[in-house]
Write a protein that binds this ligand. Structure first.
Ligand code: HEC
Length: 144
């Protein structure tokens, strides 16, 4: 009798916790994705938007777009280009650009991962994280 009285509220608490968890509908992966994107937006605004613009559409013939860019198909190149910059020329969506993009050595591996996650979720049709663990070996391979 006494044991029952104790077990009942514990069972209710567990049931309530399970219910709340399933209602919140946010997996750990989704929470991580949102965190990367939120940070990525800030890194983008502070380091990239000047040239590529907040909407990612670039600026005339000077700065190529990231939104809808066919260059995004080469993610490893994008990761390396962010850290080490790029000496022109480059072709994006059939248009030729020919200006140097400055290297961004101030960005950490994690910031590059957050940035790439933001860019690909916002403008590259992805709905997943590009984890810093994926970015590290790519940066290692193109290290200068
Ligand atoms: C000073 C202006 C400038 C800044 C700041 C800058 N870029 Fe660029 N970016 C360029 C130019 C110019 C090119 C084209 C380079 C060429 O002609 O070879 C380019 C090319 C690119 C490309 C490949 C082409 C494309 O449009 O898909 C990507 C991706 C890119 N930049 C991402 C970034 C990211 C991310 C940042 C922020 C960390 C950044 N850039 C900061 C000027 C800039």
């Amino acid at each position: 009798m006494r044991a029952n009285q104790i077990r009942f509220p514990a069972g209710m608490a567990l049931l309530t916790a399970t219910l709340l968890y399933s209602l919140s509908c946010q997996s750990d992966d989704e929470i991580k994705r949102q965190r990367y994107i939120t940070e990525g937006i800030l890194v983008y605004k502070n380091n990239c938007a000047n040239c590529h613009q907040t909407d990612g559409k670039g600026l005339a013939a000077l700065y190529p777009p990231l939104a809808g860019s066919d260059y995004l198909a080469k993610k490893d190149s994008v990761i390396c280009l962010i850290r080490y910059g790029q000496q022109g020329p480059i072709v994006v969506n059939g248009k030729r650009y020919n200006r140097p993009m400055p290297a961004q050595p101030q960005l950490s591996d994690l910031e590059i991962a957050e940035l790439v996650t933001y860019i690909y979720n916002e403008w590259g049709n992805e709905t997943k994280v590009t984890d810093v663990k994926e970015v590290k070996p790519v940066l290692e391979a193109c290290r200068r």
